[in-house]
Design a protein around this ligand. Structure first.
Ligand code: NAP
Ligand code: HSE
Length: 437
């Protein structure tokens, strides 16, 4: 087959967009060779906000545009790559590209988790694919794994670390002794964080990714409002210290699990993971997803979850697939709902052991008061501790932590409301799961 160039319309020339240009420059010949000389990808047009900005890649000025309509409509653009982020302009770009029957490649998990139902309906209507490998776990090919490699498996669970920024921050706080804000600034400088880093630290970036994985595995659209999400912004050095002392590490875990009645448990929370567990050694920007299929059993997928080159690697793989789909129609891809609706397990009905930190006013009987409320609710205590600062043995406010036996999360939430109302409690208790994986 003869090789003719396919034109890419690249929306976004930030961390990932620049990485894609660099990767294509570096490996254009390799890609052509590996596709039997049939595919050559050329950047035809690039959308930016500010054409005057200094960038790590140089492109002829006439290729830069600031109006996305110009990019999508350009006849030299065969495939549209959306790497601007957000859910507004990005939605317009992807919709317009599909309507123009131009395959789309995107790394935008927020867009697909929030507005994927509309976009995949358009993809189906116009028989034009949306590829989104880069949307989950950066350079790890987890979307292909779930969509293709595990297509013959009933997926029991997918648990793991799927936000590089928070994992990087937790590690820097644990081993580098950094404050939260200093660790976040490093993650931003390294190009790991979202344009709005709140999404990284409040757990929603991981939740968007977990929603995409669950949607693919269980075949029904998931309402983001029904997902229980907590982020690492509540993690303090004292929690890391306690975790270390007790033989755990703190990780932001995404848990997706199908229960025997078909209900899907889907939650993202800071969790204590036993130091001996393989996920405890996933550090820095690395991600890992443990997938349990009924046929394949346990598999672990590990790699860089964010950053320029790893993410560009996934985008380029999707570009080649998109190019192949233009040569040999593969039609609609992505999320193919095969169940109109499914059930998410209410978070209140999920069960784990927990670590709870209380900010208490120290006075005689305070431990007994909290322990009594827990006992009245039938929640067992496996340990309790309050640190004493050697230089302030009489400090009036202290952190007190309880380790609790496995209980229903809803029961714990109700009991914590009762405890929070006690005079000796100064703020809302902080809960981390102790996850048995
Ligand atoms: P980024 O560095 O902030 O780059 C965004 C780019 O989009 C910039 O070039 C910006 O233009 C352009 N842009 C933004 N809004 C625009 C608009 N309304 N019109 C025109 N251009 C606009 O972001 P990024 O880190 O590359 O991330 C891009 C996407 O990839 C996001 O959806 C993100 O979630 C996803 N992703 C990122 C990573 C990662 O490690 N960074 C990994 C996986 C997925 P200017 O340069 O002119 O400002
Ligand atoms: N901000 C995201 C992260 C980028 O840190 O994981 C990769 O999706």
């Amino acid at each position: 087959m003869k090789c003719s160039s396919l034109g890419i319309g690249l929306a976004g020339l930030g961390t990932v967009g620049s990485g894609v240009v660099l990767a294509l420059e570096r490996n254009a010949d390799l890609i052509s060779d590996r596709t039997g000389g049939t595919i050559r990808l050329e950047v035809a047009k690039v959308l930016v906000r500010d054409p005057a900005k200094t960038r790590p890649v140089s492109l002829p000025a006439e290729k830069l545009v600031t109006d996305w309509r110009e990019l999508v409509a350009d006849p030299a653009v065969d495939i549209v790559v959306e790497l601007i982020g957000g859910t507004t302009d990005a939605f317009e770009i992807v919709s317009a590209a599909l309507q123009a029957r131009k395959p789309v490649v995107t790394g935008n998990k927020a867009l697909l988790a929030e507005r994927g139902v509309e976009l995949f309906a358009l993809s189906k209507q116009y028989d034009t694919p949306i590829h989104f490998e880069a949307a989950v776990a950066g350079g790890i090919p987890i979307i292909r794994t779930v969509q293709e490699s595990f297509i013959g498996n009933r997926i029991h669970s997918m648990c793991g670390i799927i936000n590089g920024t928070s994992n990087y921050i937790l590690e820097r706080m644990t081993t580098g002794g950094l404050e939260f804000s200093a660790a976040l600034a490093e993650a931003q400088a390294l190009g790991y964080a979202e344009a709005d880093p709140a999404l990284d630290v409040n757990g929603w970036d991981a939740a968007h990714k977990a929603i995409l994985l669950a949607t693919l595995a269980y075949g029904f659209p998931i309402d983001t409002a029904a997902v229980h999400v907590a982020g690492i912004e509540q993690v303090r050095p004292i929690d890391i210290e306690f975790a270390t002392r007790l033989g755990y590490v703190v990780k932001l875990l995404a848990v997706v699990r199908e229960h025997p009645d078909g209900a899907v448990e889907l939650r993202v929370q800071p969790s204590f993971v036993a130091k001996s567990h393989i996920l405890a050694s996933v550090n820095g920007v690395f991600n890992a997803v443990a997938v349990h299929g009924d046929a394949a059993g346990e598999s672990l997928f590990y790699g860089r979850g964010a950053g320029q080159d790893p993410t560009a690697s996934s985008v380029v793989a999707d570009l080649v697939e998109a190019a192949r789909s233009l040569r040999h129609a593969t039609g609609h891809r992505g999320f193919l709902p095969y169940r109109e609706s499914g059930t998410l397990l209410p978070v209140e009905d999920t069960e784990t052991a927990c670590y709870v930190r209380f900010d208490v006013t120290d006075r005689p009987g305070v431990i007994a008061e909290v322990a009594r409320a827990l006992a009245d609710a039938g929640i067992g205590i496996s340990g309790t501790h309050s640190p004493v600062k050697p230089d302030q043995p009489d400090a009036a406010f202290i952190d007190m932590v309880f380790l609790l036996h496995t209980c229903r999360f809803g029961l714990l939430q109700e009991t914590l409301k009762t405890i929070e109302a006690l005079d000796c409690i100064n703020s809302t208790p902080v809960v981390f799961r102790i996850e048995k994986l």
